[in-house]
Design a protein around this ligand. Structure first.
Ligand SMILES: [Mn+2]
Length: 281
């Protein structure tokens, strides 16, 4: 947990520091390749030192020895050198205190302590099937019910997703996936359009899964769509078991989001819109 939080912080520092995006990304790739999330606190300090000592800015032409060396090592480990696409969002109200991090170019690592066990299970699906790294830490008024905590996690996750996407240049933008889980089959279609919309058509037969109120599934996706700027359609094609239906939904959502957020090589960094803008207006 501590290592993952530090690694998420590393991603966020790389993004916020404005160090030359290539060096920050490749250095992070390098650390991941070598350490695989281990020794992250040392890695974070190393990245902070690197950004201070080189003073690189995006688009800058200077190259120090350390940056060049890091790039060369990273090139050997990975041919892909994209800017780090990660963000951390904190949200604090009288009802909840939530911190959410997402790295869109992760490896499927999840650490979710939401106080809602079934939601933690769903966040595992999001991370592992989307190949995102997801960290959620939440304290909420769950003595009332899970409503506020579920909602605020989704709002923060949507904001983090939007921040990590930045101007949304070069991504596929659209994604869809149909996921089975035994008898359940759920189709998810999404568009990172900048326009929040949810069409939700699940027929969940039971009111609860464990202690989780199944009405919160729709509310989660509505909140996420609102802050991420996503058009989201969820259709149930088959299913009888509530746990299967909801889990198939999160798996399909994860795979659809993975596709939509991934870079389209043929797009060559351009925005996938005839209007030229995908961010929320
Ligand atoms: Mn399950």
């Amino acid at each position: 947990m501590q290592d993952l939080r530090a690694s998420m912080a590393l991603d966020a520092v790389a993004q916020r520091s404005g160090v030359c995006s290539t060096s920050a990304a490749c250095h992070t790739q390098n650390l991941r390749g070598v350490d695989q999330w281990r020794g992250s606190r040392a890695s974070l300090a190393a990245l902070q030192r690197l950004s201070r000592s080189t003073g690189h800015r995006k688009g800058g032409s200077k190259r120090s020895m350390s940056c060049t060396k890091a790039q060369a090592t990273a090139t050997a480990l990975s041919t892909e050198r994209q800017p780090v696409r990660a963000a951390t969002v904190k949200r604090e109200t009288k009802e909840t205190k939530v911190e959410v991090s997402i790295n869109l170019d992760g490896t499927g690592v999840c650490s979710s302590s939401s106080q809602i066990p079934f939601l933690d299970h769903m966040m595992d699906q999001l991370a592992s099937h989307g190949l995102f790294n997801v960290m959620i830490q939440a304290e909420g008024d769950t003595w009332i019910d899970d409503h506020h905590t579920n909602e605020d996690i989704a709002l923060a996750l949507g904001s983090a997703l939007s921040q990590a996407l930045g101007d949304r240049k070069g991504i596929h933008r659209f994604g869809d996936f149909t996921a089975p889980l035994d008898e359940a089959l759920v189709h998810v279609v999404l568009d990172l359009s900048g326009r929040p919309h949810l069409s939700f058509d699940l027929d969940i037969p039971s009111g609860r899964i464990g202690t989780f109120d199944t009405q919160l599934v729709e509310h989660f996706f509505q909140s996420l769509a609102n802050t991420s700027g996503m058009t989201l359609h969820i259709r149930q094609l088959a299913g009888k078991n509530s746990h299967h239906i909801v889990e198939a939904t999160f798996k399909a959502f994860a795979r659809a989001l993975r596709r939509a957020t991934e870079h389209d090589e043929r797009r060559a960094g351009q925005i996938a819109s005839s209007k030229g803008v995908l961010t929320q207006q």
